[in-house]
Design a protein around this ligand. Sequence first.
Ligand SMILES: Nc1ncnc2c1ncn2[C@@H]1O[C@H](COP(=O)(O)OP(=O)(O)OP(=O)(O)O)[C@@H](O)[C@H]1O
Ligand SMILES: Cc1cn([C@H]2C[C@H](O)[C@@H](COP(=O)(O)O)O2)c(=O)[nH]c1=O
Length: 225
Amino acid sequence: MIKPGIFISFEGIDGAGKSTHIEALAAAFRAQGRAVTLTREPGGTPLAEKLRAMVLNDPMDALTEALLIFAARRDHLVQVIEPALARGDVVLCDRFTDATFAYQGGGRGFDLGMLSVLEQWVQSVQGLPADMIRQPDMTVWFDLAPEIAAQRLSGARVPDKFEAQPVEFFRRVAQGYAQRAAQSPQRFARIDAARDRHQVWQQITSAMVRRGWLAIMVAANGGPK
Ligand SMILES: Nc1ncnc2c1ncn2[C@@H]1O[C@H](COP(=O)(O)OP(=O)(O)OP(=O)(O)O)[C@@H](O)[C@H]1O
Ligand SMILES: Cc1cn([C@H]2C[C@H](O)[C@@H](COP(=O)(O)O)O2)c(=O)[nH]c1=O
């Protein structure tokens, strides 16, 4: 019998440590015999990757940005995430809609009510009850002070449009995440991302073990390289 799919998103400000841990978590699930779809937003399909390049590099007004991000999300959901969940995969997604509320809503100050309307439209998918939309089963939220994230990223790569924003922008983004977490406390697993890599890994895998998704032994043997 096919195991039900699991949808896990990873969130946090730029430089919080998501990418460092996602690969290791994918390896841990694979070690348990689970198929994993590792993907990201904006992006994850050829069309959505084209939209990503525009969103991350081209100047545009806040509504245009929000519409492009949700267009990319719709394509990603229909082409990749829904089929993977139907196959029974574990879907690990580097960012999802909480990022839109945090960056476009918190960071840019875009209307949260309008984002909620777009969220309802875009995340309505076949096979779910009419009053439900697709949301991650769990959101691993890397909570980190913007000053520490900036320090970790300094000189690491050429900053994109968002990474080049001042620390005040990331304070608003961080507040946006905190607000979303307060609205869905069951879905969010808060990680103290200021800890060292090993301690961050332990917090992530503990959250997976608590849900019964990962065996303690597999969690104990893995971790970021
Ligand atoms: N716990 C940690 N302690 C110290 N440094 C860390 C830790 N986790 C990750 N780093 C380092 O911080 C930097 C940013 O990490 P990473 O790329 O994983 O962040 P990210 O959340 O994926 O960022 P982005 O969203 O901008 O891609 C990297 O140089 C990484 O090696
Ligand atoms: C999904 C999503 C992303 N963003 C921003 C956040 C980051 O700065 C970039 C993506 O870069 P990463 O290195 O892959 O993390 O895009 C956004 O503003 N709104 C969103 O919905």
